[in-house]
Each structure stands twice: as structure tokens, then as C-alpha cells.
Design a binder for this molecule. Structure first.
Ligand code: FES
Ligand code: FES
Length: 140
């Protein structure tokens, strides 16, 4: 991982002490995704408010490299209270900015796994995307 020490420390801290790690009992939706290259997984529970415009709660479980897991932890904090419109518009550049480090092309897939899980889960829930069971980094 390139970039400043401060950001590297932050990534390691999120990896070792993931925020919002666990389950939510009655989520609005749950979605799971994996990186087929390595088998890393992220599963996310999301709670939406009554009019489905704002994210009220997020929890995730996962297994994998420091970048995929730290990105999930950092994203789980950013998603709290976020408008669903904002989540739908997030892209890989937002995640790279959030991480604050240089990410090699190979590892961008690690970085964006959690974001794709959250976004695909939301779009499937809202009926904007065909139902499928898992997200992979290939279904761009
Ligand atoms: Fe698999 Fe990072 S090595 S997502
Ligand atoms: Fe191995 Fe992400 S697939 S570094």
C-alpha cells in the first residue's frame, strides 16, 4: 500500500478493529459479495428508514485482505445516516479517496468490494437490479 503513513495506520486499525462488525437482527436487506480471484467475502446488513431514503444502520461480516476489510469498516461508518441516492452514486474514486492511499489496479477490486455489496444490495432491494445471490467484482 502506497501513500502516507497516517492513512496506512488508519487502514491497519480498521482491519484489526473493524467498526460495525457483526449482524443486525432485522435488516431491511442483506447482501453478500466475493472477490472470485481470492475468495474474500463481505456480507452486509442494512437498515433503511421508513421511506427508504436514508440508511439508518449498517453491519458487516467478512473475511479477507486488509484493504477489502478495512474498506468495509470505513464504508460502514460513512454509510450511517447517508441518503440512499448518495450510495447509488458512489464509485471507485470515492472509495480510493476514503482510503487515502495509492491503490494498485489489482487491488482496486479489494477496495471496492464493500461498496459494490452495499450498492448492489440496495439496487436489488429497490428492484432496480435483477435479483442474484452474490456480487462479484466482475459484474460491473
Ligand atoms: Fe481478496 Fe483483497 S485479496 S479482496
Ligand atoms: Fe488478491 Fe485482491 S485479489 S489482492
Amino acid at each position: 500500500i502506497g501513500g502516507s503513513d497516517m492513512y496506512r495506520q488508519q487502514i491497519l486499525d480498521h482491519y484489526k478493529n473493524p467498526r460495525n462488525y457483526g449482524e443486525i437482527e432485522e435488516p431491511t436487506f442483506t447482501h453478500v459479495g466475493e472477490n472470485p480471484m481470492c475468495g474474500d467475502t463481505i456480507e452486509m446488513d442494512v437498515v433503511l428508514d421508513d421511506d427508504e431514503s436514508t440508511i439508518e444502520g449498517v453491519a458487516f461480516r467478512g473475511d479477507g485482505c486488509a484493504i477489502s476489510q478495512a474498506a468495509a469498516s470505513m464504508l460502514s461508518e460513512e454509510l450511517q445516516g447517508m441518503e440512499t441516492d448518495v450510495l447509488e452514486e458512489m464509485d471507485r474514486d470515492d472509495i480510493i479517496d476514503m482510503l487515502g492511499v495509492d491503490i494498485s489496479p489489482m487491488r482496486v477490486k479489494c477496495a471496492v468490494l464493500a461498496e459494490k455489496v452495499a450498492q448492489d444490495g440496495l439496487e436489488i432491494y429497490l428492484g432496480e437490479k435483477d435479483l442474484d445471490m452474490t456480487t462479484t467484482e466482475e459484474d460491473d
